[in-house]
Design a protein around this ligand. Structure first.
Ligand SMILES: [Fe+2]
Length: 148
C-alpha cells in the first residue's frame, strides 16, 4: 500500500494523497510518496526494547460507559514498555485511522500526559490503525481489526 506524507506538516495518508491535508490544509501537490515513512520492526515476532517502546498497543472495549450502546471505545498506549514523556524525548501525537482513512489526531505534551489516546467510534467493524510519532525515533504503527 502506498504511503504519502505531507511535506509541510508530516501528516501521513494511506493509498492516496488527500485533496487537502486534514492537519495543515496543504494542497495535494504537497504530498510525496514515501515508503520509508513508517518504521518497521526488524523481526515482528521478536521485538527489541526500542521497538517495544514505540509500537502502539491497542485495546478495544465494545461497551462504552460514556456514550452507551453503539459506541466502541478504542484505547492505544505507546508501547508495550511505556515510552518516556520527557521534554527532550516524547510522543508528539497519536493519529487514528479507520480502514486507512484519517479519523482523529491527539497531540500530547510531555509535561502533563502519558503516551496514550482513546476514541469513541461509531463503527463496529473495520481496520483500526494507530500511528504515533516520537520526536526522536519517528513514526510507528499498529493495526487491529475492530470486530476481532
Ligand atoms: Fe522514542
Amino acid at each position: 500500500m502506498e504511503i504519502f506524507v505531507c511535506k509541510k506538516c508530516g501528516f501521513l495518508a494511506f493509498k492516496e494523497a488527500p485533496e487537502i491535508c486534514p492537519i495543515c490544509g496543504a494542497a495535494k501537490e504537497q504530498f510525496i510518496a514515501d515508503p520509508q515513512a513508517i518504521k518497521k520492526p526488524t523481526d515482528p515476532k521478536n521485538l527489541n526494547e526500542s521497538e517495544k517502546k514505540h509500537i502502539p498497543v491497542v485495546k478495544i472495549v465494545k461497551q462504552c460507559s460514556l456514550i452507551g450502546p453503539g459506541c466502541t471505545d478504542v484505547f492505544a498506549k505507546v508501547g508495550e514498555i511505556t515510552h518516556v514523556m520527557e521534554t527532550k524525548h516524547w510522543i508528539m501525537w497519536i493519529d487514528w485511522y479507520l480502514d486507512y482513512r484519517f479519523v482523529s489526531r491527539q497531540y500530547l505534551r510531555p509535561e502533563t500526559v502519558f503516551p496514550a489516546s482513546m476514541i469513541h467510534l461509531k463503527a463496529t467493524s473495520g481496520k483500526i490503525t494507530v500511528l504515533e510519532n516520537c520526536n526522536l525515533h519517528g513514526r510507528w504503527l499498529s493495526e487491529t481489526d475492530l470486530s476481532a
